[in-house]
Design a protein around this ligand. Structure first.
Ligand SMILES: Cc1cc2nc3c(=O)[nH]c(=O)nc-3n(C[C@H](O)[C@H](O)[C@H](O)COP(=O)(O)O)c2cc1C
Length: 452
């Protein structure tokens, strides 16, 4: 089996022409994020920065800038992603502890200075400091002793001190439990991981489960872990970089402003991490992840999968679901098989009420591709009547990162039924070239495209 690591995936991308190498000096302050923003907008390749200004360590970004790269990591077609994720997830594979791994090639226990070691990026104009945005925080459940993880933004305050934004469990919960006992929480922060590991870190698992076992289920083999140097945790053996340390109890520092995934600056007061040990591979790659990017959104495909599974459980007519990436997942498109008007209104109402992050849902027929914005707009333009097909719900619980929410994050939501009437008399039939002819012509065209 090939190595499961960021660099192995970069090689895969390079072989497919989806990785560019930038040799010129580029500054981690704004310039690297600037390049990545442009690539993100264009649906462009991943990029390696050979010479971040002031550093010998290379940076890499936009790894999952297109969702098909996640499918590539799973060795499947893009359209199989959701169903294949749900299928593999049913077969968890525990991690394997190995005696050594490349992440231990270099071990540093003194004079730690994160900003001197690594090209940590400053992303947006008003960000307070450079931020680690791709750091997977590994922790141990103080009760069960099992390890788990989460992705958390970390501000570099200087030398070995960081702030860590703890809004979500499990890390926030374990930190709170330790803080009540006046104890620090040991953490290992892994940077530069294979995309399926990153993806599993933020996987939404409503039925519970072990995220390291999820990594194994997506790999089809155990993820290899090694014992950390100074904390009682196992760390991914093939990570590029690991920072080991403790989140201190009862200390808060200003965290931000920082340009968040909502596209706005968000300030917090956050706990402080003290790093005691740094380990890394020889010539490590430092991973940069732009907030509010397609890459950040690609990591949330599991949310789409879980929402779809639940929605199908309640409404068997549901076929597909797309959380529109440009809207940070606030807008959704759901396709349904022929269904009554009442069922569609009920489904929209249920879906909007059940998911705080969803603010708008468009329902389309199954002759519309939910991932094709042009087709969705066409359905809205030709099958939707605002005075009959609109559902508006006031003052439901919304998403805290949406600045337009009212007090207590209350928000208005809407459902748009852009389906044709159930007793369609043929006037809604979509025009098309016969599919066998279209396939034949695609094959013909492929030959011409390859020649040029
Ligand atoms: C790109 C990205 C950035 C995130 N940043 C943070 C963060 O800074 N703080 C936080 O508490 N959660 C953050 N999250 C969410 C958590 O990592 C996520 O909730 C965590 O993995 C726990 O998942 P679970 O509660 O479903 O187990 C982020 C998620 C993504 C996709």
């Amino acid at each position: 089996m090939p190595e499961r690591s960021l660099r192995a995936f970069m090689e895969q991308l390079a072989n497919k022409g989806e990785l560019i190498q930038i040799e010129e000096e580029v500054d981690p302050k704004f310039e690297i994020p600037g390049v990545l923003r442009i690539l993100d907008e264009q649906g462009g390749p991943a990029a390696v920065f050979d010479s971040p200004k002031g550093y010998s360590v290379k940076a890499v970004g936009n790894i999952l800038g297109k969702r098909n790269r996640l499918a590539m990591a799973m060795d499947i077609e893009d359209k199989e992603l959701i169903e294949e994720y749900l299928r593999r997830k049913k077969h968890p594979i525990p991690s394997k502890l190995v005696s050594d791994g490349p992440v231990k090639e270099v071990v540093i226990k003194h004079d730690i200075d994160i900003l001197r070691f690594f090209p940590v990026a400053t992303y947006s104009e008003k960000d307070s400091n450079p931020y680690l945005t791709s750091g997977v925080v590994l922790v141990k459940n103080p009760v069960s002793g099992n390890q788990t993880m989460g992705l958390h933004r970390m501000q570099v305050l200087g030398q070995n001190r960081l702030t860590v934004l703890l809004l979500n469990p499990p890390v926030s919960l374990f930190y709170q439990q330790n803080e009540e006992r006046n104890e620090p929480l040991e953490v290992a922060i892994a940077i530069g991981l294979d995309p399926l590991f990153m993806f599993s870190t933020v996987a939404w698992m409503p039925e519970g489960g072990d995220k390291l076992e999820l990594v194994g289920s997506l790999y089809g083999e155990p993820v290899e872990m090694v014992q950390a140097e100074t904390v009682d945790l196992n760390v991914p053996a093939h990570a590029e970089i690991v920072l080991e340390g403790k989140i201190l109890p009862h200390i808060r520092e200003k965290d931000g402003p920082f340009g968040e995934s909502s596209g706005y600056y968000v300030p917090y007061e956050s706990p402080v991490v003290e790093i005691e040990t740094v380990t890394h591979r020889e010539n490590p790659y430092f991973q940069v992840l732009c907030p509010c990017s397609n890459e950040a959104f690609s990591l949330l495909v599991s949310w789409e999968a879980e929402m779809l599974k639940k929605l199908r459980g309640k409404f068997p007519e549901v076929r597909h679901l797309n959380l529109v990436p440009e809207t940070v997942g606030a807008h959704a498109v759901v396709s349904v098989k022929k269904a009554s008007r009442g069922m569609k209104r009920q489904m929209m109402t249920y879906f909007l009420a059940d998911n705080a992050s969803i603010k708008r849902v468009v329902v389309v027929d199954d002759d519309v591709d939910v991932y094709n914005q042009r087709e969705v707009e066409w359905a809205l333009a030709t099958r939707f009547q605002a005075d009959m097909d609109l559902v508006v719900l006031s003052d439901l619980i919304g998403f805290p990162l949406d600045p337009s929410t009212k007090a207590d994050y209350l928000t208005a939501k809407m459902g748009l039924d852009a389906t044709k009437p159930i007793d369609d008399d043929g006037k809604f039939e979509k025009i098309c070239v016969p599919s066998d002819v279209l396939n034949k012509m695609q094959t013909l065209l492929d030959r011409y495209c390859k020649k040029t």
